[in-house]
Write a protein of this length. Structure first.
Length: 208
């Protein structure tokens, strides 16, 4: 597990709103609804994205109890992607078009027929490809109302925030270091000290 393997880079978020009282009763169905499912190549899917148990990434039926340790929810996100080489696809497409023209004894295929053949080839090639897989772990401190995501990619963190919102109906807001510092200053009653330090730093900047 990433959070137990030592130092790592994380992005910190604040959960907007309180943990629902019914969470313990509803969370299992919620995470199952948004759980990771294999890429369905028959439907032309190229990606799968959803929740997994980081302690057992192959667990098929997620249970909320398996993800919770006291006031912490330790969750994983799995992303599978399938892709194939575009040059190879174009070559096989032209080969398929030519074969079909010979079989049907026609000089040209209709646009509808070409699209159908392209879809058929796409599904076939997706089935031939092994997906690339990535795992991301997050920890939700339900007492503090904070979430730590073991990723720094903005796009990935935004997708995870969307997944969290869809699952729990709770919005994640970035916890920027500056905001965390201001919150600490307020909690410790250090506003006057901070104001003096800021004025002193500003004065040095002007004289420098």
């Amino acid at each position: 597990m990433a959070f137990r393997s030592g130092a790592l880079s994380v992005r910190r978020f604040v959960v907007e709103g309180d943990v629902p009282e019914a969470l313990a009763r509803t969370a299992t169905m919620a995470v199952r609804r948004y759980a990771w499912k294999p890429v369905d190549a028959d439907r032309g899917e190229r990606e799968a994205f959803g929740w997994v148990n980081p302690r057992n990434v192959l667990q098929e039926q997620l249970d909320w109890e398996d993800l919770v340790d006291g006031h912490l929810a330790i969750m994983g996100v799995r992303r599978d992607r399938k892709s194939f080489n575009k040059t190879l696809y174009k070559a096989r497409r032209e080969e398929l078009f030519e074969k079909t023209r010979r079989e049907k004894s026609v000089e040209r295929l209709t646009r509808q027929h070409r699209l159908a053949l392209e879809e058929e080839l796409t599904v076939r090639m997706l089935k031939e490809v092994t997906p690339t897989t990535a795992f991301t772990e997050l920890v939700w401190d339900m007492n503090a109302g904070e979430v730590y995501v073991a990723a720094t990619s903005k796009a990935l963190c935004e997708r995870i925030a969307d997944l969290f919102m869809g699952t729990f109906d709770l919005r994640l807001l970035p916890r920027f270091p500056a905001l965390a510092g201001l919150a600490f200053i307020e909690e410790q009653g250090l506003e006057e000290d901070f104001a003096r330090a800021t004025a002193l730093a500003a004065g040095k900047g002007e004289t420098g």
